[in-house]
Design a protein around this ligand. Structure first.
Ligand code: SF4
Length: 445
């Protein structure tokens, strides 16, 4: 049962040392009660208090891991909406493989998916898992498929196999790999024993919330918490509603049977239908999304959405403020400036690179804000830019005395020239995509 802030406070050391990041034990107790802090943030809690508070401050949604090496961590979320704090563990994206596929195309598909990755905003993005569905009549096909996946890929595995004896053989090949097993029928004692014996997680499948709650309760009673909840409906609106109810029940009512991550299998094939379903699931509240096909456009769109949803809204993604070399610039190469909002940096540097020239890109420290926001907040103005140039000694490293400023910050042109005597500020384009054309038409010498 959840403890109040006062009850928690009574068990804390009451030294107000501030090492937990808040000034007093009372403030920390209030944060713990609201599940906005973790007990581990106080290094001075006694063992006795740890025992009591450990359970009380336990996250309302369990952390579940799939995979042996560098496992995918899912769950342990604490809020309904990202803006309340942040979402912590981004959903894993799985691609379905089927044992009915002939071996040559099965292998080719694994190799193609394994080779696929994209870089966006400095992050390398690739599918996280395979969902292996045993849909052939050949029992040996399942183990052969597992061997192939293991030989060709390091991705984690979800097994969907209705034949217990075949599944057992498959799990024997995955000792230490902590796969997840997708159950197609209600949880049995045999399933629990099998999962415990093989270090697997179980994805419980139910067509109603009552059914899922009963199955999760059964697993909990058996002391098994490596579970993921799969509300099985062909109707996306129903799934959305069920997922929302489960998340709300876990967070707001501390309803333990729903305090686990969720799984959604997309059955809509490829294209817009699959994207709409997967996108909705990603936002609310699937922790693993299984796609029926390998579709690069679908994946890239989901990766982008996932990056947007699963970043901390209180901490803009930033790059280090410094001079970046684009190509192989010399001291005479042109100088561009921008802010250290990660997306801005990657777009601007990409467009300078696309133009084919070498240049210096001076990325100013604007606390991760975009150009317009930083300018409006007074963080990207003549004085701050001049100070930053001085702090990193730009003039010693670069002979050029012409700096290209973003079109959206054209207002700082005069101010900048005043604060940086000897420099000429040239107003660049507003949109980064116009940088190559701008470079062609302006004398940058
Ligand atoms: Fe109190 Fe622990 Fe925070 Fe120190 S670190 S103020 S003892 S809660």
């Amino acid at each position: 049962m959840a403890l109040s802030g006062l009850e928690i406070f009574k068990l804390l050391p009451k030294t107000n040392c501030g090492e937990c990041g808040v000034p007093t034990c009372m403030a920390f107790a209030m944060k713990l009660a609201q599940k906005k802090a973790e007990l581990a943030e106080c290094p001075h809690v006694s063992d006795e208090a740890q025992e009591v508070l450990g359970a009380a401050s336990e996250p309302p949604i369990k952390l579940v891991k799939i995979g042996g090496k560098e496992p995918l961590e899912i769950g342990a979320e604490t809020v309904m909406f990202r803006h309340e704090k942040t979402f912590y563990h981004q959903p894993g994206i799985a691609i379905e493989l089927r044992t009915s596929e002939d071996e040559a195309s099965f292998t080719a598909k694994i190799e193609e998916i394994e080779a696929y990755s994209v870089e966006r905003v400095g992050e390398v993005l690739t599918p996280d898992l395979f969902l292996l569905s045993h849909d052939s009549d050949d029992p040996a096909g399942f183990t052969r498929a597992i061997e192939l996946v293991k030989a060709k890929s390091g991705k984690h595995l979800i097994l969907d196999c209705g034949d217990r004896s075949v599944l057992v053989k498959g799990l024997e090949l995955l000792q230490g790999d902590h796969p997840a097993v997708l159950l197609g029928s209600p949880l049995s004692d045999g399933d629990l024993e099998l999962a415990k014996a093989n270090g697997a997680s179980l994805i419980l499948t139910g067509k109603t919330l009552e059914d899922l709650s009963a199955q999760a309760g059964k697993a909990r009673d058996a002391g098994f918490n490596d579970i993921i909840l799969n509300y099985d409906s062909a109707n996306m609106a129903e799934t959305l509603q069920a997922n929302t109810i489960m998340r709300r029940s876990a967070l707001k009512k501390d309803y333990k049977p729903f305090g686990y991550p969720m799984f959604t299998r997309i059955n809509a094939g490829s294209g817009v239908g699959a994207l709409a379903r997967a996108g909705v699931s990603l936002c609310k509240y699937a922790s693993v999304i299984a796609l029926p096909v390998y579709d690069k456009a679908l994946l890239y769109t989901l990766f982008t959405l996932r990056q947007n949803i699963y970043t901390d809204p209180q901490k803009p993604i930033q790059v280090d403020p410094k001079i970046y070399a684009i190509g192989e610039p010399t001291p005479e190469s042109p100088v561009f400036i921008t802010t250290n909002f990660s997306l801005t940096y990657f777009i601007v540097s990409g467009e300078i690179e696309n133009s084919g020239i070498s240049a210096h890109l001076v990325v100013c420290d604007c606390e991760g804000q975009s150009v317009l926001t930083a300018w409006a907040a007074g963080k990207f103005v003549g004085e701050t830019v001049a100070k930053f140039f001085k702090s990193i000694d730009v003039e010693c490293q670069i002979k050029t005395r012409k700096v290209i400023i973003p079109g959206y910050a054209s207002q700082i042109q005069g101010d900048l020239e005043e604060k940086m005597p000897g420099w000429e500020a040239v107003v660049g384009p507003q949109e980064a995509s116009d940088i190559p054309t701008f470079i062609k038409n302006v004398d940058l010498s």
